[in-house]
Design a protein around this ligand. Structure first.
Ligand SMILES: [Fe+2]
Ligand SMILES: [Fe+2]
Length: 257
């Protein structure tokens, strides 16, 4: 698991995680823009280059953190605008792309989460363990269920066994997401302690997110060896494995970052 071995939790590592996330989205989106949409393709290419260079800066750890976050926040906002503009066009059937609207929305939500994480870092505010884990569950469990749906979207229909397995896991993550929603309103603010129900829910999600990460990495190997019939971008599974890893790590550490 190469990404896990190099998963650094210092401030630069956190910035790198989020910037890389949006950089990857740009690269995945690039494959799905029709040649009729030259302007969109060019603007997206520009975003890929911009986010890629900020990711390099985050990895080299040489730029001042304050300057780096400002730059990352600015670029993410621009990318967010491009995605929301495209989403609006896609909903009106005015753009030729093969990306489903819900996948655009998925990327838009991650861009929004990126900006709030950067703002949280800049504010220096502390989030209580109960607030942090409820937030992480609420945000990421929907993303995890989405990932499984996109695995299905790209997998060729001939993979009957794999489709069954993915459907089963999707149901599980849909249920976990519903439970996270319920707990978010049941456990009211101020949330000064992690109640036993929340603790046991977190443990269940950690276990399931680890299993999901392992499954995604298993599929990642098959796709990279061209051994599964799929139209998935070659490193999409590694990307979504990293997000599953991010979820369980944050739940273990009881943080939003
Ligand atoms: Fe992502
Ligand atoms: Fe995602």
């Amino acid at each position: 698991m190469p990404y896990t071995d190099h998963y650094e939790r210092d401030i630069y590592g956190i910035i790198a995680f989020w910037v890389r996330n949006n950089f990857d989205h740009g690269r995945f989106f690039d494959r799905e823009i029709s040649h009729y949409e030259l302007e969109l393709a060019r603007t997206n290419q520009y975003m890929i280059q911009r986010l890629g260079s900020i990711w390099e800066k985050a990895k080299s750890k040489k730029t001042d953190v304050g300057i780096l976050i400002d730059e990352a926040k600015h670029a993410t906002r621009e990318f967010h605008s491009l995605l929301t503009y495209t989403m609006d066009k896609a909903l009106r059937c005015e753009v030729i792309i093969s990306t489903p609207q819900s996948l655009l929305d998925h990327m838009i939500r991650e861009a929004e989460e990126t900006i709030s994480v950067f703002k949280l870092i800049q504010s220096g505010k502390q989030v209580s363990p109960a607030d942090a884990t409820l937030h992480e569950n609420h945000f990421w469990l929907r993303q995890m269920a989405d990932h499984l749906r996109y695995i299905s979207h790209y997998l060729d229909p001939s993979n009957h066994e794999l489709h069954d397995r993915v459907r089963e896991m999707t149901k599980k993550f849909d249920n976990l997401f519903l439970q996270a929603n319920a707990l978010t309103t049941m456990i009211r603010r101020p949330r000064n302690e992690v109640l036993p129900v929340l603790h046991s829910f977190n443990q269940m999600v950690i276990k399931e997110a680890k299993a999901l990460e392992a499954f995604k990495l298993e599929l990642d190997d098959l796709i990279k060896q061209c051994a599964a019939v799929t139209t998935s971008p070659p490193d999409l599974l590694e990307h979504i494995s990293r997000e599953a890893h991010h979820l369980w790590r944050n739940l273990e550490e009881q943080v939003i970052l």
